[in-house]
Design a protein around this ligand. Structure first.
Ligand SMILES: [Zn+2]
Length: 305
């Protein structure tokens, strides 16, 4: 077996100040929603961007208190746009009520879609967490520059966590709003077919090469050396790939056997997320020809190549 991955520089001591505005940098205020949980850490971070006019990034869950806190901080300033990093409901469920309250248009990459067509009888474990019906008033393309709240931004496609995920560069400041692509407290969930490991690894490499030094994620606190952090995430995933190859070579034939070998001490409640991420690694490695993976009636059957 490969060694355990080196510890990642996760910040789990983040103090969210839930429900109160927190200045992240000039012209960007964070407001964390009260939806703390296993996958959301301290809750979803919404961002209010701008000065005399503003834009709201990721309104978060459909929660009246969170909305009231956002509106109190906006304090009657015109809202030019509601922007989404992606269409998982912990980011987007609050869109419609905020649209009603502000009259603002909705901008994001395009309706929720799978990262690849589903196989026959395949279940998207995240299906209920996706906002399938939400349509943008303006759909961004990768690399598109725009102005919101008087602030110049660039939309950067970062698929992987899900297919329509975008990060947003605050071009005059060197900050990148990373959504769930890169989070402050943990590596992101990649669950096929909603997400894709190949896309996720490519999107990590992509942001490492962009001129953004600091990241503000949708869950957890700011990341001060973004590219170094992203490189650590990439190394962690590459090591996990290696562990899967070695575990299969050593006899693991099912996802359950892989879980037991790679995460021997994982608490039960985290096993589902780990199994989902392992499936994403398996699919990636099988597509590369690094392992064999056959879909059978009782689940994936793995083999060395
Ligand atoms: Zn998400």
């Amino acid at each position: 077996m490969a060694d355990a991955p080196p510890p990642l520089p996760f910040d789990t001591g983040f103090s969210a100040n839930t429900g109160s505005p927190v200045r992240v940098l000039e012209g960007v205020v964070r407001m964390t929603a009260a939806n703390a949980g296993l996958y959301t850490f301290m809750g979803t971070n919404s961002f209010i961007i701008g000065g005399e006019r503003v834009a709201v990034l990721d309104p978060g869950p459909d929660d009246a208190e969170h909305r009231a806190a956002l509106l109190a901080t906006i304090a009657g300033r015109p809202v030019e746009a509601i922007i989404l990093t992606h269409t998982h409901k912990d980011h987007s469920a609050g869109v419609n009520a905020l649209r009603k309250a502000t009259g603002a248009p909705l901008w994001f990459a395009g309706p929720h879609r799978l990262s690849r067509p589903a196989h026959l009888f395949e279940v998207n474990a995240l299906a209920r967490d996706c906002d399938w019906g939400l349509m943008p008033d303006r759909a961004f393309f990768d690399g598109e520059g725009f102005v919101a709240g008087g602030v110049p931004l660039t939309a950067i496609a970062t698929p992987g966590h899900c297919a329509n995920h975008m990060s947003y560069g605050l071009d005059e400041t060197g900050w990148l709003l990373t959504g769930d692509h890169i989070m402050g407290w943990n590596s992101t969930l990649v669950a096929v077919p909603d997400g894709s490991m190949a896309d996720y690894l490519a999107s990590l490499r992509k942001v490492i090469d962009l001129p953004y030094a600091r990241y503000a994620p949708a869950h957890g606190g700011p990341i001060t050396d973004g590219p170094t952090y992203a490189r650590a995430l990439l190394a962690h995933r590459e090591l996990r790939n290696q562990q899967v190859i070695e575990a299969v070579a050593a006899g693991a034939r099912t996802v359950d056997e892989l879980l037991t070998r790679i995460y021997p001490t994982l608490p039960g409640k985290l096993r589902l997320a780990a199994a989902l991420t392992l499936r994403a690694h398996i699919e990636y490695l099988a597509a590369q020809g690094a392992i064999g993976a056959r879909r059978t009636l009782v689940g994936l059957r793995l083999s060395p190549v």
